[in-house]
Ligand binder design. Structure first.
Ligand code: CA
Length: 245
């Protein structure tokens, strides 16, 4: 047990360290990532993860929160602390959290994770996050800016421009738009949107999401631009060009 490390040097494959103590999930993630062509190292507890990281820096860390020995939050904190001391480029960290554990998600992001995924998750969802985080690592500009149609969103400055017109949004409207921009042309269900933006802060079946989407549309269409956030009746919303208004 502990760690299983392989060193694939000059093949140019992106290297991912997966830290997960549940064998079924670890196996499922490892097989999928290997199939996709990534070089994968595994660790099944916190100390093994830190040992792996001392041996060499992967391109991405997938880190479960609940781990024996040293938990994922502490591993993430130590990674960030070493980076701060050594001027090392930040290692992208994708945190895996248990369902309905909002404090976990917040704590994960606070500890230095770049993104999180709630268990159980689809492998495709994991893969999408992995690709996005690796792209971000390759090109700092890609991390800061995301673009769709005539819409440009700067994640660092938290600004939005439509064409050449600056768009003013509230913090949650910005988060909602950023979520759509990460999944262009993908229908996001009401549940997904609520979970990702509000988590457990949201109570009952109010129309809070509809109100936010309406406000977001109003801001994005203030100069009579075409609609980009489309309603998918009975399901949710999608960021997509050209649909009936
Ligand atoms: Ca675990």
């Amino acid at each position: 047990m502990g760690q299983q490390s392989s060193s694939i040097g000059a093949t140019g494959r992106r290297r991912i360290l997966v830290v997960e103590d549940e064998p079924a999930i670890a196996g499922f993630v490892r097989r999928g990532l290997v199939f996709e062509g990534y070089a994968v190292d595994m660790a099944d507890d916190g100390p093994a993860a830190l040992a792996c990281l001392r041996e060499g820096q992967p391109d991405l860390l997938i880190l479960d929160v609940m781990l024996p020995g040293i938990d994922g939050l502490e591993v993430a904190r130590r990674v960030r602390s070493v980076e701060n001391e050594s001027d090392r480029a930040p290692l992208p960290i994708l945190m895996l959290t248990a369902r309905d554990a909002v404090p976990d998600r917040i704590a994960g992001l606070d500890a230095g994770a770049d993104d999180y995924l709630v268990k159980p998750f689809d492998f495709d969802e994991l893969l999408a996050r992995v690709r996005a985080l690796l792209r971000r690592g390759q090109s700092p500009r890609a991390a800061r800016c995301s673009r769709y149609a005539d819409l440009e969103l700067d994640l660092t400055a938290r600004t939005v421009v439509r064409g050449s017109r600056p768009v003013t949004l509230t913090a949650r409207e910005f988060d909602l738009l950023a979520l759509f921009m990460r999944h262009p042309n993908h229908v996001l269900t009401r549940r997904q949107l609520m979970d990702r933006i509000w988590g457990d802060d949201y109570f009952g079946d109010s129309n809070v999401l509809e109100v936010f989407v309406a406000n977001l549309r109003r801001a994005l269409e203030a100069a009579a631009e075409p609609r980009l956030i489309q309603t998918v009746r009975g399901v949710g919303y999608v960021l997509r060009e050209s649909a009936e208004r």
